[in-house]
Ligand binder design. Structure first.
Ligand code: ADP
Ligand code: MG
Length: 175
């Protein structure tokens, strides 16, 4: 394929198939609000019609050590980047905020997780969308259901609002 036909096919792809994506944001190290502000600003260049949730101060979960509280938020918008390119762009934003990974689930300046990418289902080692654990995470579902309650999880067929209701009505695993 020539360079020019490559360019035109990727332009066609971009114009004809934007996908509504959902991204979860989290921070529990340093100036949490500033990290989230930075991320929303950078994401507004990657997503059109971006909508951002309010921010939720949450207790750390799924961690084995003592950690500061998190600030969580979510955004939705239409992505022109393909899924893996979008993931790389999210990782660049994290890196620009000094994100380090000393051990799994370590405290972080900024974490950006791709939760939904339209109705696409991808699980190839580098990327899992829908995100593997988002249905069990109040800190993801609360901000997302605030801004996009009718968005549908292609795996369960449930809306974000229904997933949140389901999670909130479950007894805690560890009372
Ligand atoms: P976590 O968010 O689980 O605390 P990281 O942010 O360090 O941990 O991500 C670990 C890996 O998860 C990354 O290397 C990335 O390739 C992978 N990953 C797979 N699916 C996703 C997704 N949907 N969103 C973000 N990262 C993902
Ligand atoms: Mg992450």
């Amino acid at each position: 394929m020539s360079a020019s036909s490559k360019a035109s096919s990727s332009q066609r792809g971009g114009l004809s198939s934007t996908h509504l994506v959902a991204i979860a944001l989290g921070s529990n190290l340093g100036d949490r609000d500033a990290h989230i502000d930075f991320a929303v600003s950078r994401l507004s260049a990657l997503l059109t019609s971006l909508r951002a949730s309010s921010r939720y101060d949450t207790a750390p979960v799924e961690v084995d050590d003592e950690q500061p509280r998190y600030l969580n938020a979510a955004v939705v918008g239409h992505a022109l980047l393909a899924p893996h390119d979008l993931l790389r762009a999210l990782q660049d934003i994290e890196a620009d905020r000094g994100r380090e990974r000393p051990y799994p689930n370590a405290p972080r300046t900024l974490d950006l997780d791709l939760i939904l990418y339209g109705n696409q289902i991808i699980d190839d080692g580098a990327l899992s969308v829908p995100h593997a654990r988002f249905r069990q995470r109040l800190f993801v579902l609360q901000p997302l259901a605030e801004i996009a309650p009718d968005l549908i999880d292609p795996i369960t067929g449930l809306t974000l609002r229904a997933l949140l209701d389901r999670l909130e009505s479950q007894p805690p695993l560890d009372p």
